[in-house]
Design a protein around this ligand. Structure first.
Ligand SMILES: [Zn+2]
Length: 220
């Protein structure tokens, strides 16, 4: 398992026990495509800008889910992000933008969801719906991730989640296999006994009887 830590290539500070990443939840229930990756890109004004997140295209109204268990830290209502929120999970903050709905009187209303700062969320809990609020040309979720205040590429976290799920499935398979081997090794003496008994039975059949050959007893 330790070898996987290196394979993940996450920033050293962001390295969690590898087994933990599988608990993350992909933040939209319906995925169409990634429309803009994390990093440098040409902005709407034609000049280079840094994109602090991953844009995930999804149909209008698609359920947005909290990536991790955490607490609602901030609600957002501005020109760029539109309607959105920040959730804190330990040293991680996850940001969600361009939601449907509105922020009103200190709470976010998006589809059937109402959220207030300080509210606890479990991983995968619905936190709103995909909309067109803020600076966007089509319905998508802008998903940003900060670790101790520094932006991370969410695609790396998604890869870590996939890798962790794969490792978990593999270790479960290995566990099942080792249990099977153990069961077989426990069964083996009984099987040997059966084979011995069978050999003895055959021995009786082929063993010459009478005073001129070995007696049945000598095969036991
Ligand atoms: Zn974006």
């Amino acid at each position: 398992m330790l070898g996987l830590l290196g394979a993940l290539q996450l920033p050293a500070a962001a390295a969690q026990p590898v087994g933990a990443w599988h608990a993350g939840v992909f933040p939209v229930s319906e995925f169409l495509s990634y429309t803009s990756h994390y990093g440098s890109r040409i902005g709407p004004g034609g000049s280079a800008e840094w994109h602090h997140g991953l844009d995930i295209a999804a149909p209008l109204g698609t359920t947005i889910r909290s990536w991790w268990t955490g607490v609602v830290q901030d609600l957002i209502d501005d020109e760029r992000c539109g309607i959105g929120l920040v959730i804190r999970s330990g040293a991680y903050e996850h940001v969600y933008c361009h939601l449907a709905g509105r922020v009103e009187a200190g709470s976010l209303r998006s589809g059937p969801v109402t959220l207030v700062p300080g509210q606890w969320l479990r991983a995968g809990q619905p936190i709103g719906q995909v909309g067109m609020s803020g600076r966007t040309t089509g319905p998508h979720l802008h998903w940003g991730l900060r670790y101790r205040g520094s932006w991370l590429d969410p695609a790396r976290i998604l890869r870590a989640m996939a890798e962790s799920r794969r490792a978990l499935a593999e270790s479960r398979r290995a566990l099942v296999e080792s249990r099977r081997t153990l069961t077989e090794s426990r069964r083996a003496p009984a099987q040997n006994q059966r084979e011995i008994a069978e050999n003895q039975r055959r021995a009786r059949v082929v063993a010459p009887k009478g005073p001129y050959g070995p007696s049945v007893a000598s095969f036991r």
